[in-house]
Ligand binder design. Structure first.
Ligand SMILES: [Zn+2]
Length: 71
């Protein structure tokens, strides 16, 4: 049940943060490999993970954890 929901979510945006440069769909040229890596304009490559239930790039994820006092 959650499998299809999860797949849809994973196919939506690389990073769920609308303010993020990586708020792009999986087919975007910035997204690498099978969609689990993306390249920033400055050349850095970041991964993504689930942070507090949101699928975010590592930069936004860490910022969220810091904002929550968790990191
Ligand atoms: Zn992000």
């Amino acid at each position: 049940m959650s499998d299809s929901a999860e797949a849809t979510e994973y196919g939506a945006y690389f990073c769920a943060n609308p303010q993020c440069v990586l708020h792009v769909r999986a087919g975007d040229a910035r997204v690498r490999g099978h969609g689990n890596w993306a390249r920033l304009p400055d050349g850095r490559t970041v991964g993504r993970s689930r942070y507090l239930g949101q699928l975010l790039c590592d930069l936004c994820g860490r910022a969220l954890l810091r904002a929550q006092g968790l990191a």
